[in-house]
Design a protein around this ligand. Structure first.
Ligand SMILES: Cc1cc2nc3c(=O)[nH]c(=O)nc-3n(C[C@H](O)[C@H](O)[C@H](O)COP(=O)(O)OP(=O)(O)OC[C@H]3O[C@@H](n4cnc5c(N)ncnc54)[C@H](O)[C@@H]3O)c2cc1C
Length: 535
């Protein structure tokens, strides 16, 4: 129990968390003024992301920061802690956040806790996905994908090898649900529209592929709308691969179940979400990884703990069915939760959560969408107009509404932007995954990384004039390669191919040279290794 005002602590600044805070601010206005209640919200970012509009960031038809709204402005009477949450201790009623910029971790106590931490994208289940697939959930993901697409076009425009060029111009999106289809539609429109700006690019080489495990995309929508969407995507040049599952990825291919490999440098996975690790670690009852709540959004057996949004398993009081993980459900749950929390503070009657969604909509880019509203299905331009009007109204913050309306208006008359924002920090060390029989690097390539084998086996060969390919050796777990090219600043003197599935740690030139210069035992090790290998 906190000393001082009653503290309501909200975890997560998405739809669930922010709409809880907004409703509490309204319902507890007088208590907040008197200082008898305090609302605090902890979120990794200081803004809420309006995810339904995120795919439009890929094409730039909505400006990068216009899909987000600052939480401080939306909830002026809430104390915002912009920090990652490290631990939730519901026995001791406190949470721990990570440290900030030279500041300490912060422990926060609460009287009421609202958990609205959403889901996280799962890239861990399939080999190579964590290393090579791009997720699509946060603002940074949209920016990364936009940059990647522009970079592949830039590289394809100057790539002499037709096979590599085709791989650069192949874009694969996995998952035919709402986010996967919206992403593939925007990506396809964008690539085909801007390819004209790149001299020497043959637009016939562009392939945009949607991989979906089911019989039909959009399993959430009526069949007629899903079929309409599929036909439209096909017409615009998207290859829709149904009954096809992604099986893994490497830096150069998307692997499908059954063994097919699609050569690509851009794989987006919207396939599966898993519970937030903080939620997974809680000792509360869960269903499919989500926190089970009662009809009032309270967590049974833990007085003062509540949950809403994607991380909560909420059964709708009207239909008796579990709510799907959507923004409109998260918002309604948040409002209902806030009302019940205030009722608990005041000792008045709580209200059961009942909500029937009014409809579902998905944008297909290029002035087209599909929608089912109050049981009526609409597709094409009218659905697109409805989509834009409804989502513009729902976008939190008047300034954001004005910005997005201006973006959309300008988008009608101006060509799409093709600048690439260099926002990514260069990678010092990272992971890469390779399937059997893949080339990690070729003799003659420029040497810019050191590879340390974490798992698997590779073979090293060199072309000898008149004798063909000569096997120099095999390397396995714990061994490294690539040091010669790095240290001598020369092209690779051999080719490295995988014999099995291989996971490697890759260290870039800068990181390697810094270690080499300042760690004498390491320098000695590599000097001896190079001597041995060059003999
Ligand atoms: C591309 C895309 C398109 C979508 N389109 C639609 C649509 O058209 N219509 C619709 O209804 N729904 C749509 N959705 C689904 C909708 O966005 C989600 O259902 C909704 O965001 C759930 O809200 P939430 O508050 O539960 O979780 P989230 O919005 O995921 O919010 C969780 C918050 O918790 C924070 N958080 C998580 N872990 C930590 C931590 N350790 N420390 C600090 N903060 C943390 C996150 O940063 C985030 O701000 C879409 C989703 C995506 C990804």
């Amino acid at each position: 129990m906190c000393t001082g005002p009653t503290r309501i602590l909200i975890l997560g600044g998405g739809f669930g968390g922010v709409y809880t805070a907004l409703t509490l601010e309204r319902l507890l206005r007088r208590d907040l003024r008197r200082g008898t209640v305090e609302i605090a919200l902890v979120n990794r970012e200081n803004y809420i992301v309006f995810q339904p509009m995120l795919p439009e960031v890929i094409s730039g038809s909505i400006g990068l920061v216009d899909t987000i709204s600052p939480i401080r402005r939306l909830c002026p009477n809430t104390n915002l802690y912009t920090r990652p949450i490290e631990k939730i201790d519901i026995q001791r009623k406190h949470i721990l956040t990570a440290a900030g910029l030279g500041t300490r971790p912060c422990e926060l106590e609460y009287d009421h806790l609202v958990i609205a931490l959403g889901n996280v994208t799962n890239l861990a289940d399939l080999p190579g996905l964590a290393e090579h697939a791009l997720p699509f959930k946060y603002l940074g993901d949209a920016l990364t994908l936009r940059n990647r697409v522009i970079q592949t076009l830039e590289e394809a425009a100057i790539e002499p090898d037709p096979q590599v060029r085709r791989a650069l111009l192949t874009f694969v999106v996995a998952g035919g649900g709402f986010s996967g289809v919206e992403v593939v539609a925007e990506l396809n429109d964008f690539v085909r529209a801007v390819a004209r700006n790149f001299r020497h690019l043959n637009t016939n080489d562009i392939r945009v592929i949607l991989v979906h495990a089911g019989e039909l995309i959009f399993p959430e929508l009526p069949r007629s709308l899903a079929e309409f969407a599929q036909r439209l995507l096909n017409k615009r040049g998207v290859e829709v691969r149904l009954r096809t599952r992604l099986a893994g990825a490497t830096a150069e291919v998307a692997l499908l179940e059954g063994g097919e490999r699609i050569a690509t440098r851009t794989l987006v996975s919207t396939v599966s979400s898993v519970p937030n690790p903080l939620v997974a670690a809680l000792p509360v009852k869960k269903e499919r990884g989500r926190i089970v709540v009662d009809g009032y959004l309270a967590v049974p057996d833990y007085l003062g703990v509540w949950a809403a949004g994607d991380c909560a398993f909420v059964v709708d009081g009207g239909s008796g069915k579990p709510c799907p993980p959507t923004a409109q459900h998260a918002i309604r749950q948040a409002r209902s939760l806030a009302g019940n929390l205030v009722a608990a503070l005041r000792g008045t009657a709580k209200t059961r959560f009942v909500f029937t969604a009014r409809g579902k909509m998905a944008s297909l880019g290029h002035r087209s969408a599909v929608a089912e509203i109050l049981g009526v299905t609409v597709s094409g331009f009218l659905a697109w107009w409805l989509w834009r009007t409804i989502y513009l109204m729902k976008l939190p913050g008047l300034d954001r509404k004005i910005r997005v309306a201006a973006d959309w208006t300008l988008d009608l008359i101006l060509p799409p932007d093709i600048v690439q924002l260099a926002a990514e920090r260069p990678r010092a060390i990272g992971w890469e995954h390779f399937e059997p029989n893949e080339t990690i690097f070729r003799e003659g390539d420029w040497g810019d990384s050191l590879y340390i084998i974490v798992e698997g086996e590779v073979e090293i060969t060199r072309d000898v004039p008149g004798r063909g390919s000569l096997l120099l050796g095999r390397l396995g777990r714990g061994e490294c390669f690539g040091e010669l090219g790095l240290l001598r600043q020369m092209p690779r003197s051999a080719t490295v191919r995988t014999l099995t599935r291989v996971n490697v740690l890759v260290m870039d030139r800068g990181a390697f040279q810094a270690l080499f210069a300042h760690l004498p035992p390491l320098r000695l090790f590599f000097e001896q290794l190079i001597q041995l290998r060059t003999q």
